[in-house]
Design a protein around this ligand. Structure first.
Ligand SMILES: [Zn+2]
Length: 113
């Protein structure tokens, strides 16, 4: 147990105290005590973010594939309404969207195995 000076009133305060008994100001943890919590929190945080980022990427692929299908269907409807005989990219968007969707679903299943 050691004594430190209060940052507010300069009163001598124990490092174990949470607040200054003289003025009631909260006692800041000294630099020698602070790193005790860091080694355990950092790996946990990194592990969580890695898992979250992987699932986020897969979710993004699902959203992209959904958008491709929606745009493809929308483009097909517009194409039919306009009675156009020109070449359309819509079927490729729908097929591509479904392919991306099933590949991503497979990757999620593979990931959870
Ligand atoms: Zn104080």
């Amino acid at each position: 147990m050691s004594l430190i000076n209060c940052s507010e009133c300069n009163h001598q305060v124990s490092t174990l105290a949470t607040s200054c008994p003289n003025c009631g100001a909260p006692i800041k943890m000294t630099s020698s005590q602070a790193p005790n919590t860091n080694p355990t929190t950092i790996p946990d945080y990194e592990q969580t973010t890695t898992v979250q980022e992987t699932s986020k990427t897969l979710k993004m692929y699902i959203i992209i594939s959904m958008l491709m299908i929606i745009i493809g269907v929308f483009a097909t409807c517009t194409h039919i309404m306009n009675d156009s005989k020109s070449f359309t990219f819509a079927p490729f968007l729908i097929v591509g969207g479904f392919l991306l969707y099933f590949v991503t679903k497979f990757r999620i299943w593979w990931h959870h195995k």
